[in-house]
Design a binder for this molecule. Structure first.
Ligand code: KG4
Ligand code: ZN
Length: 335
C-alpha cells in the first residue's frame, strides 16, 4: 500500500508552479514563483516575458518542490501538467518539462485542463460531493460548471465578453491602480460605499451566462464624465459600487443554478475567489440553502498554483486516464 504521489506543473500564465500531492488531497509541497513584478510596469502579462521567465525558473522550482516533499522523481506515481488553456509559449515550458521528466524517469504523464485544476483546488479542502456546481472566476474565465461525477464538466453558463478578473483589472487601470488590480479594488471597496449607480447584466430570463464589458464601460464613462465636469468622485465609492455590481450577478446566478440543479455542493474557484466581498456575500447567501455546502479554498489555492493541477491529475490518474508523449500545449483547450 504505497502512497500515491502526484507532481503538478503549472505554467499557463505568469506563475511558474510545481507541487506534490499525497493520496489526492494532502499537500506535500507547493512552490509558486510569481512573475508579477516583471509584468507590472506593462500593466498586464507580456507573453514573451512570461515564457522566458518560465524557462529560467522551471528547473529551480522543480528541485525546490522535491526538496520540500523530501522525495526524488522515482517516488512519483505520475506527473500532471496544465496542457491548456493559456499562453502557448508559457504552456509549452511546463508541458515540455513534464514530458522530459516523465520520459527520463519512466513516470506516467497526465494532461490537465487549467479550469479543472481551479475546481479541484477545492478537493484539497473538502472531499467533493456530487452533483456539484463550481463558480470559476479568474482573469481569463467566468464559468458556472456542473459536475455529476469526477472528470465530468458541463459548462451551464459563461461570460460573453470579459472575464470577471479582466473587468477588475481594467477598472483598476482606470483608477490608476497597479496590476493585477483585483486585490486593490477589493481593498478599496471595503473603505467605500456602493453609492454610484452602475448596471447589472442579467441577460435573458433563465440564462446563466455573464457579461461584464457594459459594467466596465460604465465605470470608465463615470470617471471621464466626472473629470470633464470637474467633479470629485471617491475612488473607494466607485470600487465599492463596481464590486457590488459584480457580486450581485455572480451570487444571484450561482444561487439560482444551485437550486435548479439541486446540487449538494458549490465550489468557488479561480483568482477572483480571493475577493473578500464575494466570499462574504456567498457565505451569507448559502446560509439560506443549508442542504447545499459552500466550499471556499484558502487564498493561496484560489490564484494559480500547481497543487490544484496535481489534485485534478490525481483523480484522472485513478480513473486510468494518461497522456502520451504526443501531449502538446493547447492554448484554446475546451473543458
Ligand atoms: O486564476 P488566476 O490567478 O489566473 C488566471 O487563471 O486568470 O486569476 C487572476 C485574476 C486577476 O484578474 C486578479 O486581478 C484577480 O484574479 N484577483 C482578484 C482578487 N485577487 C486576484 N479579483 C478580485 N478580488 C481579489 N481579491
Ligand atoms: Zn488560473
Amino acid at each position: 500500500n504505497k502512497d500515491q504521489l502526484i507532481m503538478g506543473i503549472e505554467t499557463s500564465c505568469d506563475e511558474t508552479a510545481v507541487a506534490i500531492i499525497k493520496n489526492g488531497r494532502e499537500i506535500a509541497a507547493n512552490v509558486v514563483a510569481s512573475q508579477i513584478e516583471s509584468h507590472k510596469r506593462f500593466g498586464g502579462v507580456v507573453p514573451e516575458i512570461a515564457s522566458r521567465h518560465h524557462v529560467e525558473q522551471i528547473t529551480i522550482v522543480l528541485e525546490e518542490a522535491l526538496n520540500q516533499a523530501n522525495i526524488s522523481y522515482e517516488d512519483l506515481s505520475a506527473i500532471a501538467v496544465t496542457e491548456g488553456p493559456g499562453l502557448v509559449g508559457a504552456l509549452l515550458v511546463g508541458v515540455n518539462a513534464a514530458k522530459a521528466v516523465a520520459f527520463a524517469h519512466g513516470i506516467p504523464l497526465v494532461g490537465v485542463h487549467h479550469i479543472a485544476g481551479h475546481i479541484y483546488a477545492n478537493r484539497l479542502v473538502r472531499e467533493m460531493v456530487f452533483p456539484l456546481l463550481s463558480l470559476v472566476v479568474s482573469g481569463g474565465h467566468t464559468e458556472l460548471v456542473y459536475m455529476k461525477e469526477h472528470g465530468h464538466f458541463e459548462v451551464i453558463g459563461e461570460t460573453r465578453d470579459d472575464a470577471a478578473g479582466e473587468a477588475y483589472d481594467k477598472v483598476a487601470r482606470t483608477l490608476s491602480l497597479p496590476y493585477p488590480g483585483g486585490p486593490h479594488i477589493d481593498r478599496l471597496a471595503q473603505e467605500g460605499e456602493p453609492s454610484i449607480s452602475l448596471p447589472r447584466a442579467w441577460l435573458e430570463e433563465g440564462s446563466y451566462d455573464f457579461s461584464f464589458s457594459g459594467l466596465k464601460s460604465a465605470v470608465i464613462n463615470t470617471v471621464h464624465n466626472a473629470e470633464q465636469r470637474g467633479d470629485q468622485i471617491k475612488p473607494e465609492d466607485l470600487a465599492a459600487s463596481f464590486q457590488q455590481s459584480v457580486i450581485d450577478v455572480l451570487v444571484t446566478k450561482t444561487s439560482k443554478a444551485a437550486k435548479e440543479y439541486n446540487v449538494k455542493q458549490v465550489l468557488l474557484a479561480g483568482g477572483v475567489a480571493a475577493n473578500k466581498g464575494l466570499r462574504t456575500a456567498l457565505q451569507e447567501e448559502f446560509t439560506k440553502l443549508p442542504k447545499c455546502e459552500l466550499v471556499i479554498p484558502p487564498l493561496s489555492l484560489c490564484t494559480d498554483n500547481a497543487a490544484m493541477i496535481a489534485a485534478a491529475g490525481s483523480v484522472l490518474f485513478e480513473k486510468g486516464i494518461q497522456s502520451t508523449m504526443a501531449l502538446n500545449a493547447n492554448p484554446g483547450l475546451d473543458i
